[in-house]
Design a protein around this ligand. Structure first.
Ligand SMILES: C[S@@+](CC[C@H](N)C(=O)[O-])C[C@H]1O[C@@H](n2cnc3c(N)ncnc32)[C@H](O)[C@@H]1O
Length: 256
C-alpha cells in the first residue's frame, strides 16, 4: 500500500497531514466534497453535526440558528438545525458522485426524541442514492433527556446507484450494533464514536486497501478504525484542534 503516491487525483487544497496510508484536511467539508473527484472512494463513513446545538453540559441551548465555537463550551461547530440539514443534503448528493461503484455511505443520525430529521434524510437518500438500511447503534449508556433518555443512534446506509454494494458481513450480521459509547472526557471531543463500531462498519462494506472518507472526522474514530483494519483514509474537519487530535491519535496507532 502506498499512499498518496498512487492517489491519482489531486485536490485544490493542501492536506494538513500526509501519512503513508491517509490524508487529513482542515477545511470546510462542503468545499472539499464539491472538489472531490468522482468515483474515488470505496466508502463514506461519517458522523456529521446533528442539528441539536449540542453541548455536553448545557446540551440544547436554543432552537435558533445561533453558531457556537468550541471555545464557548463543549459543543460541535455548525450544529444548528439549518446548517446540519444543509450539510447532510450536500453529503448525500456528493456521495452518489464520489463513491466508486459498489461503495456505500454510512451516516450517523440522531435517533429518539421528537426530532424526525432522520426521516427527511432517508427520503433524500431514496431520491439521490439507493437507500439500504437504518441500522441502530445501541450506545449502552444513558444519553440526553429526562423521559426516555436517549440510548441509541441511527446509522443510515445508502449505496451508490448502479451496482450492488460491497458486503463482507456474511449472513450473520444484524442491524443493531452494541458498543459502549466512549466517555467524552477521555477523548476531549464531545461526541466520540467507538473505534470498534467504526471498524465493524468498515469491515462489512470495504476491502483492505480501500479508501474510506470521513468528511466530519472529529477526533478520527473512523480514521483509526480504517488504519487498524488495513484500509486507507481521508479525514476532513473544520476545527484545527480536532485535526491535531486526529494526527496525534493516528501517530500513536492506538487509542490512548
Ligand atoms: C459529531 S462530530 C464527529 C465526531 C467523530 N465521529 C469522532 O468520533 O470523534 C462532528 C464533527 O464535524 C465537524 N464539523 C462541523 N462542521 C464542519 C464542516 N463544515 N466541515 C468539516 N467538519 C465540520 C465538527 O468540528 C465535529 O468534529
Amino acid at each position: 500500500m502506498n499512499f498518496p503516491s498512487d492517489y491519482v487525483w489531486q485536490l485544490p487544497f493542501a492536506p494538513s497531514y500526509v501519512a503513508s496510508n491517509g490524508l487529513l484536511y482542515c477545511d470546510d467539508a462542503a468545499s472539499v466534497l464539491l472538489e472531490f473527484p468522482s468515483n474515488s472512494v470505496s466508502m463514506i463513513l461519517t458522523d456529521p453535526p446533528y442539528g441539536v446545538n449540542y453541548r455536553s453540559n448545557a446540551k440544547r441551548t436554543s432552537s435558533s440558528d445561533e453558531i457556537h465555537s468550541p471555545q464557548e463550551g463543549n459543543c460541535i461547530k455548525n450544529d444548528t438545525p439549518i446548517r446540519a440539514s444543509m450539510y447532510y443534503s450536500l453529503l448525500i448528493h456528493e456521495s452518489q458522485r464520489i463513491l466508486r461503484p459498489g461503495g456505500c455511505l454510512c451516516c450517523f443520525a440522531k435517533g429518539g426524541g421528537s426530532d424526525l430529521s432522520f426521516s427527511h434524510y432517508v427520503q433524500l437518500m431514496r431520491r439521490i442514492m439507493e437507500f439500504k438500511q437504518i441500522a441502530v447503534w445501541d450506545r449502552q449508556r444513558l444519553g440526553l433527556g429526562r423521559h426516555y433518555r436517549q440510548c441509541y443512534e441511527f446509522v443510515l446506509v445508502a449505496k451508490k446507484r448502479g451496482a450492488p454494494c460491497k458486503w463482507r458481513g456474511g449472513y450473520g450480521t444484524g442491524n443493531v450494533f452494541r458498543f459502549k459509547r466512549p466517555s467524552g472526557s477521555v477523548f476531549q471531543h464531545p461526541t466520540p464514536k467507538p473505534i470498534e463500531l467504526m471498524a465493524h462498519l468498515i469491515e462489512i462494506h470495504s476491502d483492505p486497501g480501500d479508501i474510506i472518507l470521513d468528511p466530519f472526522c472529529g477526533h478520527g474514530s473512523t480514521l483509526l478504525a480504517a488504519q487498524a483494519t488495513g484500509r486507507r483514509y481521508v479525514g476532513i474537519d473544520i476545527e484545527s484542534q480536532h485535526i491535531s487530535a486526529c494526527e496525534a491519535r493516528l501517530e500513536r496507532k492506538h487509542d490512548a
